[in-house]
Design a protein around this ligand. Structure first.
Ligand SMILES: [Zn+2]
Length: 1010
């Protein structure tokens, strides 16, 4: 080892320049991370493959400015030098973290080389040499070292944006090429169009960043050390900026990171009003606020708004702690979808036509200025952009475009927008991942491995296994079985595809599945965690096919249904029937239906098979009812999520919105899955006695339920939120026999409040876990923190998946109404229930379509809605008066009152928006209920009637499909018809992650009922 000295010029925290001399150790052996290594380097971890045409070594400036391009997975054999990494660390923390993730990720073919520790690669800085020149020399020297170290078996390409370096080094060493980024992309990746576009976009943005001189639009941010001291002394508050979507220009909140500080006694968010006070912070940024004097505190607006903030007459609630942002600790900028303005918009913009103001889809994000020469071609298009900077002299942030999604308003563009806006990045599975997959083709059919048969319990002949899924579903994640045993016993079985057999822990597919974390379901499609060969074939428990499964088998007493014995294990199954919900329900109802699997049998044999299957379904229903009753006694909380599926025709036009059908068999299947989940969790708990599972709803938090409690009170019901059990019981009691919707509305409100409570609960768990561990060795402290972080981020992923699902439902709702004329189409008139009263209108729920939204009773012109004798409504000059449970409008013609839970008639139209999502516009046309054949609520005794109706509708749809003469569904169509039940892989993942929680931690949590 050789010792040298290295002189560093660092900036101290108060801004002084300090000269530091560090001892620097050089070694002969530093891992090269190449599979071509001839020198026995100790290479553990990622290796660069040997079968590439070249390795590429990016210069410092390339890493700093063009990391986004190096992030393309197509680029292979990238060597990041320590020199470049350190430079990035000093320049841009956010990107440095991205680089670290990149190097760790085995799906990216890149490694880190510690060139400054390598005796022969390191070169000391020469007198008078600029830092940049020296760094470039270091990188070149590293490139040469690689060429020699690998004995000339691999060409090395160094990429740099310094033309002098190209001139100086390009012909210095044979086998080591030095070229510019642009030349590199053109010669090696000419087909990678996306990279070329991104390159020109970034370089364009870089040329434009200078010259933003002029007057200051915003106060400067305070230096980091001042912020830090201020937070410590509690003069400033640190938190995350949350912009109010409905008042994005004016209203934002900072949620304090530490909930209550000693002196300020802040338990809630700090209000930040106006753009000056927001001081260039963007939604999601980690900011530092200073409280304003109390006489400058403001309240938040309480009126309904549609995003147009110039309405003026906006009431404010009582003043809240109000502040201004003095600094930003961490930018949390992500990729944003923006819309480019139309030609008119471009021409009216500024003298410089190459800098375009684009409007983000997310209203909470400010307009972003993009430098581009393609403004003309991109008008009306949605484009993904990144923000680069926001100077105090600039009214808007500057950014660059990343890629084009498509024309605004087109289905594909809109769906991609929703995914991106929820930070869901789904890349196709790579070749390397697919190489891990088994093969099942006509030439090479997949078969059961005899060694697996020996190790598994074979249920193929002993058990009648069947699946129940939505109609047309092609991926069967779970199957059921039930049979009578001797000695008055029943056996219930749940069998789930054994994904772990095919996806080994730590494999590329496993990593990809983990990073997807969940399967994303949108209204019309899903994105799977696993490649199609698994999700749609080998891990789909198809009828008649041998499949590996994981099973739970319960032996129950036939009378009491108490569990006598449970067996868990790997099995081999062959499902006999692939049923859909409607068919299973029809069999249960004793109807004459055709079972596809029995079509070729003689009548006698068929009848006996049908009888056998029906008996099994009846037994299953019986057991599920029992399980459900037991769960109810324990205080199970039934929450209401409004789910709507979209039915599409061949041209992808939406023909109907279908609310989830209330068949009992849905509940039966769900109940069995919940039961399996519960027992698997128990098993894990037995196996790891020190770890507890916390698969429970959090206890209700009083204030979050205020709206629910107040609304129920207006109807004469008491909602008890002291525990989940009390809440469940009081929700069960809050039933209006005249109007089944009342209870559904209460459950919807409870669901919303519950999901908020979950957020606070997780926050609490994190804090409790920190408290618990602080008494122990400091090493485990970090562990728990990491775990809490993991849980939180997992939770965020699920939140994003859910948000995306909701947005896509809204998208389909808008598409459904867009093509219809609201004045003439009867579909556009619907019954709505008032569930909340606001200053200038009401919030309503439309059960027929599962739509929630505002209905204005006073408009911007000051007109109010007045109802005539027959109920029909009109706009006239007048006033509104709001009470807790009603709102009254008064004009010269008289007064009209709208009460909570009133049914009114609304007209639905679409409010189109080029830049943001379209949204539905609801207008009251009568203060009386709307009666039409379609909006009739199914009464409980009408259930089987409804089943018939649904089956009939579906059959018709199927018949239509047949007449279209398409024997086999296209891949695209199959995507539209997949199931929604959670796969075992995700359940197991969930359990595995929950099992991480410490028992001790669980015991300190407030008691929950489950
Ligand atoms: Zn080596």
């Amino acid at each position: 080892m050789i010792k040298t000295e290295r002189v560093l010029h660092l900036k101290s925290c108060v801004g002084r320049k300090v000269r530091v001399v560090r001892e620097h150790y050089l070694r002969e052996r530093v891992p090269c991370c190449s599979s071509l290594c001839q020198a026995d380097c100790v290479n553990d971890g990622k290796l660069l493959p040997g079968d590439l045409t070249h390795y590429v070594v990016p210069d410092v400036a390339v890493v700093v400015d063009y990391l986004e391009i190096l992030e393309f997975r197509e680029l292979q054999g990238i060597i990041f030098t320590q020199t470049a990494c350190q430079a990035l660390q000093n320049k841009n923390r956010r990107y440095y973290n991205r680089l670290r993730t990149l190097v760790k990720d085995p799906r990216h073919d890149c490694v880190l080389f510690a060139n400054e520790f390598q005796k022969y690669a390191y070169c000391p800085r020469e007198k008078g040499e600029s830092q940049e020149k020296w760094q470039t020399r270091c990188v070149y020297s590293a490139a040469v070292w690689y060429y020699n170290h690998l004995a000339g078996m691999m060409n090395i390409v160094m990429i740099t944006e310094d033309p002098e370096a190209v001139a100086q080094f390009s012909s210095l060493t044979c086998g080591v090429y030095v070229i510019s980024v642009q030349d590199y992309l053109q010669s090696f990746w000419s087909d990678l169009q996306a990279a070329h576009e991104l390159f020109s976009s970034i370089s364009q943005a870089q040329q434009e960043t200078e010259g933003d001189d002029g007057e200051k639009e915003f106060p400067e941010h305070l230096p980091a050390e001042v912020l830090e001291a201020g937070i410590k002394s509690e003069r400033y508050i640190q938190g995350t900026l949350n912009v109010n979507k409905h008042r994005a220009q004016n209203e934002a909140f900072v949620r304090p990171k530490n909930f209550s500080t000693k002196s300020t006694d802040l338990t809630w968010d700090v209000l930040v009003c106006g753009r000056k006070n927001r001081n260039r912070a963007v939604h999601g940024d980690e900011v530092v606020v200073e409280l304003l004097p109390k006489n400058e505190w403001r309240g938040k607006g309480t009126a309904l708004t549609d995003g147009d903030e110039k309405t003026g007459e906006d009431n404010e609630s009582t003043p809240l702690p109000t502040g201004r942002i003095v600094g930003i600790l961490q930018r949390n900028w992500r990729d944003y979808v923006v819309t480019f303005p139309t030609r008119d918009g471009i021409q009216s913009q500024s003298r410089n036509s190459q800098r375009i103001l684009t409007i983000p889809w997310d209203q909470r994000i400010p307009k972003i200025r993009i430098s581009t020469q393609q403004a003309e071609a991109l008008q009306d298009h949605r484009v993904v952009v990144r923000i680069d900077s926001w100077e105090s002299t600039s009214f808007y942030p500057n950014g660059h475009s990343v890629r084009v999604l498509g024309r605004a308003g087109e289905l594909e563009t809109e769906v991609q927008t929703i995914l991106l806006e929820n930070c869901i990045h789904i890349l196709p599975f790579s070749d390397a991942q697919l190489r891990e997959m088994p093969v099942n083709s006509l030439e090479k059919p997949w078969t059961v491995d005899p060694s697996e048969v020996a190790e598994r319990r074979d249920l193929r002949d002993s058990h009648l296994v069947f699946s129940i899924d939505p109609r047309g579903c092609e991926d069967v994640d779970d199957t059921l079985s039930v049979r009578k045993l001797p000695d008055r016993r029943l056996e219930l079985g749940v069998h789930i595809a054994d994904v772990t057999h095919f996806v080994k822990e730590g494999s590329l597919t496993d990593l990809e599945a983990r990073s997807r974390a969940t399967t994303y379901y949108l209204a019309d499609r899903r994105y799977d965690m696993l490649p199609a060969i698994l999700s749609a074939d080998l891990c789909s428990l198809l009828g008649g096919a041998d499949r590996y499964a994981m099973s739970v088998l319960w032996e129950l007493d036939a009378e009491s249904l108490e569990v006598q014995e449970v067996w868990y294990g790997r099995t081999l199954i062959r499902s006999s029937y692939q049923l859909h919900y409607e068919l299973a329900q029809a069999l249960l109802n004793g109807e004459q239906v055709e079972v596809l699997e029995l079509a070729n049998l003689g009548p006698q044999e068929r009848d006996s098979k049908v009888a056998q299957l029906t008996e099994a379904l009846e037994m299953l229903t019986h057991v599920a009812r029992h399980l459900r009753a037991k769960r109810d006694r324990g205080g199970a909380l039934e929450l209401e999520g409004v789910e709507v599926g979209a039915q599409l025709d061949e041209e992808r036009n939406i023909t109907a919105l279908v609310p989830r059908q209330p068949l009992e068999v849905h509940e039966t299947v769900a109940e069995c899955m919940i039961y399996a989940n519960h027992w698997v969790a128990r098993k894990i708990q037995e196996a790891f006695p020190n770890q507890a599972l916390l698969r429970r709803h959090p206890p209700p938090q009083q204030e979050l339920f205020n709206q629910l409690v107040d609304t129920a009170k207006a109807k004469g019901f008491t909602i008890d939120t002291r525990s989940n059990k009390a809440l469940a019981a009081s929700l069960d009691r809050a039933v209006d026999p005249q109007d089944p919707l009342v209870n559904r509305l209460f459950r919807m409100m409870a669901t919303t409040a519950m999901s908020q409570a979950l957020f606070y609960w997780l926050f609490h768990v994190t804090r409790v876990s920190r408290g618990v561990v602080s008494g122990k060795a400091p090493a485990s402290n970090k562990e728990v923190e990491e775990m809490a972080h993991h849980i939180n981020s997992k939770n965020r992923v699920r939140g994003a998946a859910q948000a995306a699902q909701m947005r896509s439902t809204a998208l389909f709702q808008c598409l459904f109404f867009k093509e219809r004329d609201p004045q003439t189409d009867p579909c556009c008139v619907a019954d709505a229930v008032i569930y909340s009263i606001r200053d200038n209108g009401v919030l309503v729920f439309i059960p027929e379509y599962g739509v929630k939204g505002p209905v204005y009773l006073k408009n911007k012109e000051g007109l109010v809605v007045v109802a005539r004798q027959d109920g029909s409504c009109d706009w006239q000059g007048g006033t509104v008066r709001k009470c807790p449970d009603r709102i009254t409008t008064t004009s010269s013609c008289g007064t009209s009152t709208f009460k909570l839970f009133d049914h009114i008639t609304v007209r639905i139209s679409v409010h189109s928006s080029t830049c943001h999502a379209d949204r539905l516009n609801l207008e009251v046309i009568s203060n009386k209920p709307h009666h039409s054949a379609k909006s009739q609520q199914p009464s409980p005794q009408g259930r089987s009637q409804l089943v018939k109706e649904v089956v009939r509708q579906n059959e018709e749809a199927l018949a239509q499909e047949k007449t279209a003469r398409r024997p086999k569904l296209s891949k695209e169509e199959r995507e539209f018809r997949q199931s929604k039940t959670p796969s075992l892989y995700s359940i197991l993942e969930e359990i595995r992650e929950l099992a991480l929680m410490d028992l001790e931690m669980a015991s300190r949590l407030p008691a929950t009922t489950a």
